[in-house]
Ligand binder design. Structure first.
Ligand SMILES: O=P(O)(O)OC[C@@]1(O)O[C@H](CO)[C@@H](O)[C@@H]1O
Ligand SMILES: [Mn+2]
Length: 416
């Protein structure tokens, strides 16, 4: 795209992109293979010999993928028919078209990191759907569920805090309410530290009580636009004509496990405080970046909360289930979130999704990958304004809530 800085890529030896492609992604592939190995007996119990053959096939496909990556082979088109196969192969052709005569083929350590990394997770999915009858297996499910269980202490502390706060909301003045809003935003921010693709699939659960850690973590907030979010949602806004008017907040989710709990708690607070009247969640349609939330993860976690022996966690689970039942919370699937495209292409590639997002009063984008797609994963100067890096993507007022992993960063994270 004219005037756009170059994309982050593995060409920059020693960069976060390079280290990810060289070290972290092969490690994630190895863990995916290990996950298939560990489920061998379950596949046999459920599917007999066909289950064993499927496990072997999926492992050989993932091993081939790992070899392609480690030897920097050209990236090959997807072959298995799926909802997005054609879009992916068009994008591969597009990436090839960007290369010069002497550049050779689109390949792992040469093409844009964003494309290469998304392509890797989409090839993992292809290997699984090519291996029926285990074609609905999520190689990352175990580690996502483990993250939730290992974070139990902090999950319960958070849900206890929320439920006790809710009983006092009526007596809070505007400033006290704002402070609670800021607390839940920061909790959702630090929930993003629990990211399994950064840790290469190693456990990254929340061991400490996130609420008592907020003070010491304050110093690590580089960009803070929370006042703008408050101005947008606060009660009695000048612009408010009808206090019963719907206020819709969209949360583009990132990781399951503890981070998802922090996002559901934030959404719960938004409803209970009447800062919002409905919250729409956007998750992934296939297993993605190890810990990203799928619909199965979302419903599993609400179920786990509901059936918890802890009274506050189970109270939350029951509340969350009822929000979903009455439509105050809505969970949306769309294949766009697991395509390689920068978000500035959404209005062209997924106009239905763009129109859906335009209905929101505020969109919260969680995590590093969403931030990278918002800004095109390009080598922007740090002083470039956020809206410039968004390159025309602006369905509604939006904010990125992200713990910094990839090198890309701007002086802002919010755009009205
Ligand atoms: O989006 P998230 O979960 O905050 O982070 C995604 C991530 O772990 O994956 C890539 C590294 O493999 C980077 O984009 C980032 O570090
Ligand atoms: Mn993630």
């Amino acid at each position: 795209m004219a005037g756009q800085p170059a994309s982050l890529s593995g060409r920059d030896v020693g960069s976060f992109a390079y280290i990810t492609i060289k070290d972290r992604i092969p490690q994630i592939l190895t863990k995916a293979i290990d996950s298939l190995h560990r489920h061998k007996s379950k596949f046999f119990e459920k599917h007999g010999e066909k289950g064993l053959e499927a496990e072997k096939k999926a492992i050989s496909l993932l091993s081939k993928l790992r070899n392609e990556l480690q030897t920097d082979k050209p990236m090959i088109p997807l072959v298995e028919k799926f909802a997005d196969t054609d879009i992916w192969n068009q994008y591969l052709d597009y990436q090839q078209s960007l290369l010069g005569e002497t550049d050779g083929k689109a390949r792992w350590f040469f093409s844009p990191w964003l494309f290469v990394e998304c392509y890797m997770y989409r090839r993992i999915h292809e290997a699984i759907i090519q291996s029926p009858p285990i074609d609905d297996f999520d190689v990352f499910k175990e580690s996502k569920d483990q993250n939730f269980f290992e974070s139990q202490e902090s999950v319960i502390a958070l849900c206890t805090y929320l439920q006790e706060l809710i009983s006092t909301l009526e007596v809070l003045d505007e400033n006290q309410l704002k402070n609670e809003f800021f607390k839940f935003l920061q909790i959702s921010l630090w929930g993003n530290k629990c990211d399994l693709s950064l840790s290469g699939g190693e456990t990254s659960s929340q061991k400490t009580n996130i609420i008592t850690s907020l003070g010491e973590l304050q110093a690590f907030i580089l960009v803070n636009d929370m006042e703008h979010l408050w101005a947008l949602l606060r009660p009695g806004k000048e612009t408010e004509t009808d206090s019963a008017a719907a206020v819709r907040v969209a949360i583009v989710l990132d990781n399951s496990g503890f981070e998802l709990v922090t996002d559901l708690v934030l959404a719960h607070f938004l409803l209970s405080s009447r800062l919002a009247t409905e919250v729409h969640f956007y998750g992934k349609t296939i297993p993605w970046f190890v810990s990203d939330t799928t619909r199965r993860d979302f419903t599993w976690l609400v179920e786990q909360a509901k059936s918890s022996s802890d009274k506050y966690l189970s109270r939350c689970g029951l509340d969350w289930e009822s929000y979903l039942k009455v439509g105050k919370w809505v969970y949306h699937d769309h294949i766009f979130w697991t395509l390689p495209h920068e978000f500035c292409a959404m209005s062209q590639v997924a106009p239905d999704l763009y129109t859906e997002l335009q209905k929101a009063h505020l969109i919260l984008f969680k995590g590093d990958l969403n931030y990278r797609k918002l800004t095109g994963d390009r080598k922007w100067e740090f002083t470039v304004p956020f809206h410039q890096a968004l390159n025309g993507f602006h369905p509604a007022p939006l904010c990125s809530i992200r713990t910094l992993k990839a090198e890309i960063q701007e002086a802002w994270s919010f755009m009205t």
